[in-house]
Design a protein around this ligand. Sequence first.
Ligand SMILES: C[C@@H](C(=O)O)C(=O)SCCNC(=O)CCNC(=O)[C@H](O)C(C)(C)COP(=O)(O)OP(=O)(O)OC[C@H]1O[C@@H](n2cnc3c(N)ncnc32)[C@H](O)[C@@H]1OP(=O)(O)O
Length: 138
Amino acid sequence: METQEIDHVGVVVENIDQAIKFYEEKLGMKCIYKDVLNDRGLKVAFMRGKEGETAIELLEPVNHEDMNNTVAKFLKTKGQGMHHLAVKVSDISASLKDLENKGLTLIDKTPRPGAMGHTVAFVHPKSVMGLLLELVQH
Ligand SMILES: C[C@@H](C(=O)O)C(=O)SCCNC(=O)CCNC(=O)[C@H](O)C(C)(C)COP(=O)(O)OP(=O)(O)OC[C@H]1O[C@@H](n2cnc3c(N)ncnc32)[C@H](O)[C@@H]1OP(=O)(O)O
């Protein structure tokens, strides 16, 4: 597969509204998108700098006690912080097939809808040197 660019870095936070305020006031970033993904049990917000295209995706679980929610589980066990790296690709299905052929472990065998109307799929951190990798196709 070919990575087009780093799309975003996922960061898990305790309180998304406080986090947005922090990124705006302390780091001078702008919130370009905010949503609640009810099917995923997640509140998400995308933050961007003045010139860059690469975003920070803030993630807060809707229900912090739901240990079936991977983000709630992450928050409980590891605390706030970096969660995943998302790279943009032009053909996500072909990229998944390529990674599988190269021996990487796919979490999502087929792409699914993600935030901002994009299509996404995750690759297991155990097969990416400890990094939870997300493929994104716009
Ligand atoms: C909206 C959408 C979008 O962008 O559009 C999103 O962002 S959704 C963002 C949220 N969705 C996702 O993250 C979906 C993909 N993620 C997953 O399916 C899960 O989080 C897994 C990565 C499979 C981990 O789940 P699991 O229940 O197995 O967790 P676990 O706590 O038992 O962890 C198993 C092993 O993986 C490691 N591990 C867990 N989460 C990790 C992470 N974020 N980065 C790196 N390593 C991680 C643990 O330390 C552990 O290693 P040891 O065994 O060495 O202790």
